[in-house]
Write a protein that binds this ligand. Structure first.
Ligand SMILES: [Zn+2]
Length: 117
């Protein structure tokens, strides 16, 4: 993750906190994530690092490109569904930035790819 990109840094923090909350509540994790959630976080951060939109990306939920493989996509959706509303209490500034700033941005289309019907 490039720390000089505040947008991507925020995105990485947001998904990191969401997985923390989910793992703590659902899997009873305390100091560290359980192996499954650690794997999911590493995967999410790796996808983010490879995101073709970088600073101009919308939120993952709005994105036109579904870059997660199906089982990871299923898992991250569950995490977001659980932790999304809870982010408002635990990390309100991040949650608001995600919803109000990043989520309002239209998801760009990939310029290099031909449009798929
Ligand atoms: Zn877990």
């Amino acid at each position: 993750m490039r720390a000089d990109h505040p947008r991507m840094d925020r995105e990485a923090k947001t998904i990191g906190f969401m997985i923390d909350i989910y793992c703590r509540d659902r899997h009873g994790a305390h100091d560290a994530l359980c192996p499954e959630c650690a794997e999911l976080r590493d995967y999410a951060l790796a996808r983010l690092d490879k995101c073709p939109f970088q600073e101009s990306k919308s939120t993952c939920a709005n994105c036109t490109v579904h870059c997660y493989k199906p089982d990871m996509r299923q898992r991250v959706r569950e995490v977001m569904r659980y932790s999304g509303p809870r982010m408002m209490w635990r990390h309100p500034l991040l949650a608001l930035a995600h919803l109000l700033i990043d989520g309002r941005r239209a998801a760009p289309a990939l310029p290099s790819k031909k449009a798929n019907p």
